[in-house]
Design a binder for this molecule. Structure first.
Ligand code: AMP
Ligand code: ZN
Length: 116
């Protein structure tokens, strides 16, 4: 599996940096965002390193689909049963700060903070 030793989310996936993990399997890891923008704010990441959605190709369709299909289950189990928002920031103009593809899952009772 391709990982990047200098990547924050690869380090979290490897257990080298602590995170509030809520889910893990062979392919994915989910943990609480350190600066939540909603009452429930999870990050769902592939364990292998891919910098952004801009790098995805047809070869990535299987795990990308599995990642989307996992999202509702995680949100149901972690306080987002009333609905949630999904977001993938991609590249500099997409506001991406951590260059390891991740799916934001935002939910919980409204009102949220700004931008909710
Ligand atoms: P993005 O702007 O889409 O790249 O989002 C990166 C997200 O990672 C932000 O919402 C940060 O709050 C979050 N984040 C940064 N460092 C950590 C960390 N060590 N643990 C959990 N979340 C983090
Ligand atoms: Zn990485």
């Amino acid at each position: 599996m391709h990982t990047d030793p200098n990547c924050l989310f690869c380090k979290i996936a490897a257990g080298q940096i602590p995170a509030r993990k809520v889910y893990e399997d062979e392919r994915f890891l989910a943990f609480h965002d350190i600066h939540p923008a909603a009452p429930v704010h999870l990050l769902l990441v592939p364990k292998h390193h891919i910098a952004s959605l801009a790098d995805a190709t047809e070869a990535d369709t299987d795990w990308l689909g599995a990642m989307m299909a996992l999202a509702p289950r995680l949100m149901r189990e972690h306080g987002g049963a009333g609905g949630f928002k999904t977001q993938i920031n991609t590249g500099p103009d997409g506001g991406q700060e951590v260059m390891h593809l991740h799916l934001h899952l935002l939910g919980g009772p409204r009102p949220w903070g700004k931008g909710g």
